[in-house]
Design a protein around this ligand. Structure first.
Ligand SMILES: Cc1ncc(C[n+]2csc(CCOP(=O)(O)OP(=O)(O)O)c2C)c(N)n1
Ligand code: SF4
Length: 339
């Protein structure tokens, strides 16, 4: 593409009025995605955003691409159908912690295990925003919300552990307000051929404000963000004085870097075995203590659509092209008539 034809953020921005609450974290994510797409060299007509239901799921309206604000929790299923039939398109899924992990949990894990070529962005605000503040599957124990007046007794899901458990090839975590990190992670997700799962901490300023303060606040974030970089020893803190170390039983813990020596873990996002990535995801269930950010796992394996198209090609080579009507009317066919 020449400089003259290079697309800009404006080319990916629709004319729709954005209807999120002032200060919602969704704005920052939208602006980052709109700015990133021109740099990916993609075009609006070959890009599709498919969402479910929720505040976050309003996202496709604001993108000047194809899009589908679909059915609650079903975006991965609809997006799978599209990605399989049109592998030439870039298909992104936008979902929330309610949409993707409550009603849509089932669809999410199967899209991941099948390795459908989707980029799935889960906006995690630990609350149902659209329906005005009920607790969600990522809300913390004890959370007092509209539907948990005495505090939640539900054990929350850890989205990263869940995605790794479904053996997703690309699993990452980032934050709405860290534009640079968000851009880097989404860029890498786009490069990945296969299912990519990205958890984005997103502040709901109205119903769950400050859920992520510990990892976003200027004063505290340096002590609580563990930045993962492939091949690098995992240390953090103002001068790297804290480190992730391996215990005897293989689990991980945080210790002082001084004296940790060989026990300091070196990040390996490309390891076939997801055990290290999983152990990292267990360091923090919600960001109420030092929490890893970045790419936990980045391993390619055959995608669902690649294998399916191979099977179709193989069948066509073996049997030639088939007349669908003849196929449907072959074998055991009954005519249903009046008795
Ligand atoms: C079948 C069905 N059940 C329930 C609802 C109500 N509902 C709409 S959005 C939503 C949850 C949204 O939460 P989340 O996915 O976290 O998105 P957010 O609004 O926080 O971005 C629920 C329960 C619905 N629209 N349809
Ligand atoms: S309710 Fe929360 S998530 Fe929804 S638009 Fe408002 S601030 Fe954003």
């Amino acid at each position: 593409m020449t400089e003259a034809t290079k697309l800009t953020k404006k080319d990916f921005t629709s004319d729709q009025e954005v209807r999120w609450c002032p200060g919602c974290g969704d704005y920052a994510i939208l602006a980052t995605v709109q700015s990133l797409l021109p740099d990916l060299g993609v075009t609006p007509e070959n890009t599709v955003f498919i969402s479910g239901i929720g505040c976050s799921s309003r996202f496709p309206y604001y993108m000047n691409t194809y899009g589908f604000h679909s059915i609650h929790g079903r975006a991965p299923a609809i997006a799978s159908g599209l990605s399989i039939t049109r592998p030439d398109l870039d298909v992104w899924v936008i979902t929330g912690d309610g949409d993707g992990l409550s009603i849509g949990g089932n669809h999410l894990i199967h899209a991941l295990r099948r390795n459908v070529n989707l980029k799935i962005l889960l906006f995690n605000n630990e609350i149902y925003g659209l329906t005005k503040g009920q607790y969600s599957p990522t809300s913390r124990v004890g959370m007092v919300a509209k539907s948990t007046p005495m505090g939640s007794i539900d054990h929350p899901l850890n989205p990263i552990s869940l995605a790794l458990g479904a053996e997703a090839g690309f699993v990452a975590r980032t934050i709405d307000i860290d534009r640079k990190h968000l851009t880097e992670v989404l860029h890498a997700a786009h490069e990945h051929h296969g299912a990519a799962f990205i958890e984005i901490y997103q502040n709901c300023i109205v119903f769950n404000d400050d859920a992520f303060t510990l990892v976003t606040d200027r004063e505290t974030k340096v002590f609580n963000q563990i930045r993962l970089a492939h091949g690098e020893p995992i240390t953090f803190g103002p001068d790297g004085q804290k480190a992730v170390v391996r215990r005897e039983d293989g689990s991980l813990e945080i210790a002082d870097t001084a004296g940790a020596g060989d026990h300091i873990v070196r990040h390996d996002a490309h390891a076939e075995d997801p055990t290290l990535a999983f152990a990292l995801s267990r360091l923090s269930h919600n960001p109420d203590r030092p929490t890893p950010f970045g790419i936990f796992r980045q391993v390619e394996r055959p995608t669902y659509e690649d294998q399916l198209h191979q099977q179709i090609d193989h069948a066509q080579q073996q049997r030639g092209s088939v007349d669908l009507r003849r196929l449907l009317e072959s074998g055991n066919v009954w005519e249903v008539g009046a008795s």
